[in-house]
Write a protein that binds this ligand. Sequence first.
Ligand code: SIN
Length: 289
Amino acid sequence: MTITVRRIGPGFAAEISGVDLSTPLSEDNWERIYQAFLEHKVIAFHDQALSAAEFHKFGERFGTIEPHTVEMYRHAERPGITLLSNRTELGRPKGIKDAGSHWHSDYSYKAVPAKATMLYALETPDEGGDTLFGDLAAAYQALPKATKASLHGLQARHHYRWDENRNHPEGRWRLLTQTERDQTPEVVHPVVRRHPETGELSIFVFPGLTSGVKGIVGKAPGESRALLQGLYEHCDQAAFHFRYKWRKGDVLVWDNRATMHCATTDKLAPDQFRSMWRINTTGTAPVPG
Ligand code: SIN
C-alpha cells in the first residue's frame, strides 16, 4: 500500500491515506507518518476500524502514554486510553463531556507537557463537535522582529485551572479536590519554546482555563496581562487556524509542542452525540527559544 500525504489546512495539517492502522506498520511507512506529523503538526487518517489494543499500540509509537488523572475516564482494558463522550449510562457520564472548549495545549500546566495527542472517532454528530487548531510556530514567525526580541527570555506561570475569579465554577478552587490541587502545583515555562525535534520556535501561552496562565514572571500584573492579551489576540487569527470536521473512523494526531487546539463540544445540541478515545504521550520540558 502506498502512503499519500495531502495538505488539508492553510499552512499546516495533512491527511494520510493508504494506511490501515490496525495492521503492523512497516518501518518505511512509520517513518513517513512520523515525518508528516513533524512537518504538518496535525495529521488525519480516515476510515479506520481499531480495537482499543490497536489504537493503544499506534499511540505508543508517539512516546510514553500518560493515562488520565481521573480514573473513571480511563478505558477499562487499556487505561492509557481516555474516554470522551457526551453520552450518559445509568445516569453516569460515559466519558469527559467537554475536554476543553477553549484554546489550550495538552498538559501545558505540567512541568513536562504532552507531546502528541490522538483522538479516534467512535461516534460523530451530524452537526458540530469540530476541533479547531492553531499553528503557534506560524504565529510566532508572523510577529514583528521587535516583538520576537522582547519575548526572548520571558517565562510564564502556568497553574492548572487557575482563574482570577476564585469563584469560577470550573476553576481550581471550585472544581478540584485538595489532593488534585496538591498534585498540580504552579509551573513555569518559556513564553517561546524551541521544538525539540524540528528546532522551530512557537508561542507557548494559551488563554484557556485549563492552561491557567497566571502571568509573566517578573512583570507587574497590568503589563503582564496586556502582553498576554496581545499574544492571545495575535494567535487568534484565521490565518493560523484550521477547523477539523470529524467522520466516524477518523484518527487525528497532533503535536502539542507547536499547536494549540479548542474543542467545540460545549456547543453540541442535546440530540447530537460524540464519543472518542484519546491518547496523550509525554513530551519533554520546554526549552526556551
Ligand atoms: C481535547 O481538547 O483534548 C479534545 C478535543 C476535542 O474533543 O475536540
